[in-house]
Write a protein that binds this ligand. Structure first.
Ligand code: S3P
Length: 192
């Protein structure tokens, strides 16, 4: 049977997590992978593997613009992926080309949290080059103000990452993703 004109276009069957530093994207992705028995990847980790350098070294030696190019290339390289859980870096939405590419991958979930919660979480380590400023809380707040409209524009649904434990938040994400996949056929494997 050929699809008729009113059949919605098939999208990807991946689940993509976007959101600011400290939203818990990697932890929730790991939990989602456990729940769904799918593989998970993290765009930051893919860049580190590919470059053989930590993110902080890439920023220091090559600069943010070079990092953003690498991030775009990673998102492009994932376009044919299936059934993956994908955690992304907090600044992925700053390159406009990434938005349709992320949406094409499948269901995009914005993991949100208040500045207070994010700051509390990111303060536990010093591996975020953009927060090595005199006032990291103010920097985080400014980044969030700039990027929140982009997260909202890119996402199919938003989930509060402080709504419970990682396992509880992952279950809420999965419920939102299943609602999305019920509306949008994937044309690929069974949804998670
Ligand atoms: C960045 C977030 C980081 C990492 C890089 C830049 C950002 O990822 O990609 O340090 O611009 O917000 P996390 O969101 O996983 O910390």
């Amino acid at each position: 049977m050929t699809p008729s004109d009113d059949t919605p276009p098939a999208g990807g069957d991946n689940l993509v997590l976007i959101g600011p530093m400290g939203a818990g994207k990697s932890s929730i992705a790991r939990e989602l992978a456990r729940l769904t028995r799918r593989r998970w990847v993290d765009t930051d980790k893919l860049i580190v593997q590919q470059e053989g350098r930590q993110i902080s070294e890439i920023f220091a030696l090559q600069g943010e613009a070079a990092f953003r190019k690498m991030e775009l290339e990673v998102v492009r390289s994932l376009q044919d992926s299936r059934a993956l859980i994908i955690a992304t870096g907090g600044g992925i939405v700053t390159r406009p080309e990434n938005l349709p590419l992320l949406q094409n991958l499948g269901c995009v979930i914005y993991l949100m949290a208040s500045v207070g919660v994010l700051f509390e979480r990111v303060s536990r380590n010093r591996n975020r080059p953009l927060l090595q400023t005199a006032d990291p809380r103010a920097t985080l707040e400014a980044l969030l103000a700039q990027r929140e409209p982009l997260y909202l524009a890119a996402a199919h649904a938003t989930v509060d990452s402080s709504a419970g434990t990682h396992a509880e938040v992952a279950k809420i994400v999965l419920a939102r993703a299943r609602e999305y996949f019920a509306r949008v056929p994937t044309g690929r494997s069974a949804p998670p």
